[in-house]
Design a protein. Sequence first.
Length: 255
Amino acid sequence: MEKASSGGGDGRSGTQAVDRALRVLGVLESAREDLGVTALATASGLTVSTTHRLLKALASAGLVAQDRDTERYHLGVGLIALGRRAEARLGLHRWHDALERLASETGESASIGTRVGNEVLVADHIPSAKALRFDAGIGARVPIHASAMGKMLLAMADDLAVEVAALGPLQRFTERTLTDPAALLNELHVIRNRGWSLNDGERDSGVRAVAVAIPGASAAAMAVQGPEVRLTDDRLASVVALLDSTVDAESTSSP
């Protein structure tokens, strides 16, 4: 649980309040249903009184809202405007039509992701029309080292060794997850040289993904994801070519 605050209006207490508010928002983001104050406090590691005070402040800004019948909380509509402004600033919204064409041409799911800390945030996603498919809804977050888009984004960094060291311990998700920093660093060098990355069942067994960087975007990548029974080795070259042509065409046609 949280430590007692020493009070005062210094910068440290202000930073602490922001951190706590972000923890509450993070819990609501990942929750599958509305949550009451007690549940939010438990999940956030805060006291009930602190959580209640934060919720009042967040609600006044429209960042959270309370259901009048259940008195439970969910994310507020104020976040919609913030999200749209952020999306416009990143310029990722203009890639939606291209992403739809990519999904149609490959027959697989297609996504755009951007880096948030040590995770990849799925900014846009078009699911495959096929029954057996990979789905990662918009807003989903995946560990950067176990993602094709994530490894592509890491490979774009200036100092790869520093980036890998900053990730800390690498969590294992499947037997193919790269948990050895040296192995990840070597792969990032390969990705940087060839211009595309592969996630070969490293996050979800039986799922493969191929990604390329989006030029001019603020640390963004585009990927095609699908089951390994369809996204086979002999298809990789054609999928990478489609990714490259999609990115090149959109980059050329956009101001």
